[in-house]
Ligand binder design. Structure first.
Ligand code: IVH
Length: 671
């Protein structure tokens, strides 16, 4: 048994690493996220049961889980130096002149690279395995953040075959792609958390999180740009970069060899206009002398290498007039001020609005009415105001005073102690909050009610048909047909979507009801800890605090939610409508390993098992479930009413089709 388990662990590790490599190195998705997670869960379960069989390059390390009590400070084997900065082409020319002089009149070949705006990291590899990841710190000592770095999927845990030395270090930049940053901020806004300032600070904060599972969820990325070690088998930086990429490190293919500083200028020109197309921020260009011998000849100053320099782009900013401040109300009542600007061109786009996060920001900027302000683009799509141009302030201009009542329902705003945000406390009656709560409830991560978009919700609310999420379950087809643009089919679809949502698991319902600060992850932890809504509702502050990941802020928010009778009534109605308010405990008890290594697709209706029972039997006997038919699939278990398209595909790909009874025979179920 244990040798077949070891084989399975080996196979799963190899398969999952293959998909990760394809995704992170070649940008190709060979498997759906769902199937990937299923395989990963299987590997995690096996490793938990047989820890000795876990492999050093197991993808489960990417999932995190280790809690870093505090980070150990360690000394860098090679100090992490920074680069000298230049801001003009003339200064760059001076760098070139100094280099030529230092090399006795020889013009060096350069490598020009992007200067990634993230957090520097040093990765140590021994015998092809990642053994340590350390932050820059003060350049001499840094924090050991290995557990967190392991969750970054494009940092290799073990290297492919290659001529890598037994010991070496790789330097790189950890960053958060714009897309992930925007998604994270949208999620935060959705649960009433203040948005994060920019991708760089977020990447830096994320690397220092205590909980590596949370780091894994944040989906950081990395670009490597420097190889260090003794007796490296290369004579140029360019060779090292090529080798790093071959060994499996994430290396941006944007770097170029430059024969002269003029070539470097062209590289700079190109990226000055194209940097907006990148998935991450860059704040300049790094220029390095290519030859290691020449690098050695040039050496270092006290702080920087003489063979490299960074050319920093001017921050792109424009000055324009502040016309007005609009206050947006979020679904949790959080108020976000947004500056309305005289339209101005910035980095190729016309900017009409800028975010100002909260009242503190207005105070910090000391914004006055009709001020001229400087706007800059960071990693965000919406630019932000960075400063006021005091020289253009109008005489007698009044400071902006923050609103005191909700722009939507007029209720007096509150600002909880210690929080930067103002809130409209009229949680269950403020129209914007109501519509926002319904949108939150139907989203994919919550009740996943398809075909119900913001416009429909707006119509439903305006017509008085839906005033809270429980009203959705009383909607009839006739109600929907009274809405603009609705026909038989669209109305049927929505009714069906609402019905289907009754099967969504408890954690999703708990997330969907929209308790402030309770995101999808927290909801899932609460569901697994308390099992039922009644238990969550009855929990004291102490009991809530004893649950994983629940701190004061979340505990207080849960208590406040259940103290509001309107909320309690909505929950009672949702219960009556048949939604899931209890966690289904699914324990995987291994029956045997008759199906070890075999993949299955289940389709149709069965007579002996229910669909979930059949799926559980596959897992319990060592098989694995996949969602689509491919040539690699071992078995399609065909039930009644299986779609003809599936049958046709299976026949075409020569996939073995078996009946429910044949499956039962395979696992020896004769009951
Ligand atoms: S080379 C000794 N290359 O910029 C040379 N650095 O002040 C080591 N950075 O701390 C750095 N992109 O975090 C290098 N392509 C690149 C870079 C890069 C970003 C960062 C790095 C370093 C800082 C330099």
């Amino acid at each position: 048994m244990s040798s077949s388990i070891a084989d399975r662990i080996l196979a799963l590790t190899a398969e999952l690493n293959h998909y990760t490599d394809r995704y992170y190195q070649d940008s190709v998705s060979e498997i759906s996220d769902q199937d990937f997670d299923k395989l990963l869960a299987e590997l995690q379960a096996l490793e938990a049961q047989y820890p000795a069989l876990a492999l050093p390059n197991s993808p489960t390390q990417r999932v995190g889980g280790a809690v870093n009590k505090s980070f150990e400070t360690v000394q860098h084997r090679y100090p992490m130096l920074s680069l000298g900065n230049t801001y003009s082409l003339a200064e760059l020319q001076d760098f070139d002149t100094r280099a030529v002089k230092g090399l006795g009149g020889i013009t060096p070949e350069y490598v020009a690279e992007l200067k990634f705006d993230g957090v520097a990291i040093s990765l140590t590899y021994e015998n092809g395995h990642l053994v340590r990841a350390v932050t820059r710190g003060d350049g001499i000592h840094g924090d050991d953040i290995t557990a967190n770095a392991r969750t970054i999927r494009d940092i290799p845990l073990s290297l492919k075959h290659g001529n890598w030395p037994a010991h070496f270090e790789v330097r790189g930049e950890v960053y958060m792609p714009h897309k992930i940053f925007e998604r994270l901020n949208a999620e935060r806004l959705d649960i009433g958390e203040a948005p994060l300032a920019n991708p760089r600070n977020t990447a830096s904060g994320t690397l220092k999180l205590q909980d590596s599972a949370e780091v894994a969820r944040r989906k950081l990325r990395c670009f490597c740009y420097y190889l260090m070690g003794e007796d490296l088998p290369f004579s140029t930086h360019a060779e090292s970069m090529t080798a790093l990429a071959e060994w499996g490190f994430p290396v941006s293919d944007s770097w170029r060899k430059c024969k002269s500083i003029e070539d470097v200028n062209q590289f700079i020109d190109h990226w000055a206009t194209h940097k907006g197309e990148l998935p991450l921020d860059i704040d300049g260009i790094v220029i390095k002398v290519n030859s290691y011998n020449q690098q050695q000849e040039l050496g270092f100053t006290a702080k920087n290498p003489r063979w490299a320099i960074s050319y920093k782009f001017e921050a792109e900013r424009s000055c324009t007039q502040l016309l007005d401040i609009k206050y947006q109300v979020g679904r949790t009542g959080a108020i976000t001020p947004v500056a309305v600007l005289d339209p101005v061109l910035l980095a190729g786009t016309t900017v009409k609005r800028a975010s100002i996060h909260n009242a503190n920001e207005i105070q910090r900027l000391d914004l006055h009415e009709k001020d001229f302000v400087w706007v800059e683009k960071g990693g965000e799509i919406i630019p932000k105001i960075t400063a006021v141009e005091l020289s253009r302030r109008h005489e007698g201009a009044q400071p902006i005073s923050y609103i005191t009542s909700c722009p939507d329902c007029g209720t007096e705003l509150v600002r909880p102690e210690g929080e930067a945000n103002h809130y409209c406390p009229n949680e269950t009656r403020c129209p914007t909050q109501i519509k926002g709560k319904i949108e939150h409830f139907i989203q994919r991560k919550a009740l996943d009610i398809e075909n119900l978009g913001p416009e429909t919700i707006d119509q439903l609310y305006t017509k008085g048909l839906v005033k809270n999420v429980a009203d959705l379950y009383d909607l009839t087809k006739e109600n929907l047909l009274t809405l603009q643009g609705f026909k038989d089919k669209s109305a049927d679809n929505i009714v069906a979507g609402i019905q289907k949502s009754k099967q969504q698991e408890f954690a999703k319902v708990l997330f969907g009801i929209g308790i402030r600060y309770v995101g999808a992850t927290v909801a899932s932890k609460l569901a697994s800890h308390f099992f039922t809504i009644e238990a969550v509702q009855a929990a004291t502050r102490e009991q809530l605090l004893a649950a994983p990941e629940i701190g004061d802020k979340i505990a207080d928010s849960i208590l406040a939610y259940f103290n509001n009778l309107d909320n309690v009534q909505v929950i009672e109605r949702l219960k009556a409508a048949g939604l899931q308010f209890a966690q289904v405990v699914r324990e995987v008890v291994l029956d045997g390993d008759a199906l070890l290594g075999k993949s299955f697709v289940v389709s149709g209706v069965f007579s002996h098992y229910s669909r979930p029972e059949l799926e559980a039997k596959i897992i319990a006997n060592g098989g694995r479930l996949v969602s689509s038919i491919s040539a690699k699939l071992d078995y399609l278990i065909a039930g009644e009413n299986m779609g003809p398209a599936k049958r046709e595909k299976a026949e075409k790909l020569n996939v073995k089709m078996i009946s429910e009874d044949e499956f039962r025979a395979m696992i020896g179920d004769v009951s």
